[in-house]
Design a protein around this ligand. Structure first.
Ligand code: GDP
Ligand code: IMO
Ligand code: MG
Length: 429
């Protein structure tokens, strides 16, 4: 039995979708367990590109059972739209997709609150995806104003929505003039979503526990990245769930003892969308070059992603935090034209060097990166399929990442397609 977790180790968009799709060959079940429609996972094969926000990236293999577990926040309208667009493109979505009745539901007031708070805080804003993620998780923790997917099928839903809509209208009016949610139309909209989703909604905790106990192989698909983790990331510039490896168990209902492997996914450089400190950020033409070559524009919001050098201090921290066994290094081809590359091996703060990752963002803002400078390889590598075929300077670059992060590299990605992949079991063993 293999229970594998695929976890982003940076600030998201590490190409987790590609890795999950690749590993579905070896797993029977793929589970999304946190985050929500803030995620944008890309899967490319043949000449088709799919972008998924709620549906697990295992959906393209008919034998795989996909599960959206309890820890995910679900906008039923977004989910239905995604299911329909997959079906239109010939992808089967039926009994192969289960959604937890415990998952919390995103309502219009969550999206409105997200929008208002981002507007109120202007330049200091977290810069969220505006999908209502934070406000929905807030209501989950607050309990009184929360609605779970299973609640949509219970008597008294209309009255419950009416009460919450009234309360939310009052609360949010304080932020920006008069807000008046129409409970009846929201009720009708969500009751209709519920009917359409009915065949998929079930107790996924029971399903997953039985699967784990029966020794079935499960792949956990992390969303966002470990540095966006609500508890251990660069707070408050984080998302509202445990997006490091630590979120797998609570978000799915699977005890930690079943997990056999954690794969940490990293870009060969660093990107970040939204606000918050980013020590190795490149605001010059090199950053621009990486953005263009890597097509670093948000999958969900199309915002240009901030780009920078690889930060081994941050990734060493998140690899330890997420319990990573192996690394998948993605988008290596994006660096192919640069004559010189840098890897941040330490931070300097007040004249003292450290490899510790600060717990407070104010301190992270102050660090000066200490760089190793390595020569680039300046050759295209998209066609490369084995470690030996890589240029010597690319091998040296990967080896330095491996040494600094302290984990072996098992996969190297040299292009977006399934086929543009090097499996490198020997490296670092
Ligand atoms: P995720 O959110 O972690 O699944 O990552 P995204 O899908 O948001 O962003 C990763 C982007 O990189 C997608 O557009 C992928 O198609 C693309 N991609 C994945 N691997 C590679 C690679 O090795 N090289 C290049 N050039 N692009 C890649
Ligand atoms: P995937 O799964 C990159 C970022 C947002 C913002 C912060 C909080 O595709 O890697 P939120 O809407 O979650 O409240 O926004 O987190 N963010 C992501 N950045 N990839 C993601 O998902 C992200 N999901 C959220 O840009 O800075
Ligand atoms: Mg993404």
């Amino acid at each position: 039995m293999a229970c594998t977790c695929v976890i982003g180790l940076q600030w998201g968009d590490e190409a987790k979708g590609k890795i999950v799709d690749l590993l579905t060959d070896q797993h029977e079940i793929v589970v999304r367990y946190q985050g929500g429609p803030n995620a944008g996972h890309t899967v490319v094969f043949g000449n088709q590109t799919f972008k998924l926000s709620l549906v697990p990236s295992g959906i393209f293999r008919p034998h795989v059972q996909c599960v959206i577990a309890n820890g995910v926040v679900v906008h039923p309208g977004v989910l239905l739209q995604e299911i329909n667009s997959l079906r239109e493109r010939g992808v089967e979505v039926g009994a192969n997709l289960l959604v937890s009745d415990r998952a919390h539901v995103i309502f219009p007031w969550h999206i409105e609150e997200d929008r208002l708070l981002n507007a109120v805080f202007g330049g200091e804003a977290i810069g969220t995806t505006l999908r209502g993620i934070g406000p929905c998780y807030k209501d989950k923790a607050g309990r009184s104003l929360a609605i779970r997917l299973g609640d949509l099928y219970r008597p008294g839903l209309r009255e419950r929505i009416e009460r919450i809509a009234r309360t939310k209208s009052l609360m949010l009016s304080g932020l920006n003039g008069k807000i008046d949610f129409d409970p009846e139309s929201i009720y009708r909209e969500y009751a209709d979503y519920a009917e359409q989703l009915r065949p998929h909604v079930t107790d996924t905790t029971k399903f997953l526990l039985e699967a784990a106990e029966a020794g079935r192989s499960i792949l956990f698909e992390g969303a966002q990245g470990s540095l966006l983790d609500i508890d251990h990331g660069t707070f408050p510039y984080v998302t509202s769930s445990n997006s490091s490896g630590l979120g797998v168990t609570a978000g799915s209902g699977i005890p930690a003892k079943y997990i056999t492997k954690v794969i940490g996914v990293i870009k060969a450089y660093t990107t970040r969308v939204g606000g918050g400190p980013f020590p190795t950020e490149l605001t010059n033409e090199i950053g621009q070059h990486i953005r263009e070559r890597g097509n670093e524009y948000g999958t969900v919001t199309r915002r240009p992603r901030r780009c920078g050098w690889f930060d081994a201090v941050a990734v060493r921290y998140s690899a330890r935090l997420s319990g990573v066994d192996e690394l998948a290094v993605m988008l290596l081809d994006v660096l192919s034209e640069l004559p010189e590359l840098r890897i941040c091996r330490a931070y300097e703060i007040d004249g003292v060097q450290t490899t510790d990752f600060p717990s407070h963002t104010d301190d992270l803002r102050l660090v000066q990166p200490v760089y190793d400078v390595l020569p680039g390889w300046q050759k295209e590598i998209r066609h490369v399929r084995s470690f030996d075929e890589l240029p010597a300077n690319a091998k040296a670059y990967l080896n330095r990442i491996r040494e600094l992060v302290g984990r072996p590299i098992s996969i190297i990605s040299v292009g977006p397609d399934r086929l543009d992949t090097v499996f490198a079991p020997a490296l670092g063993n």
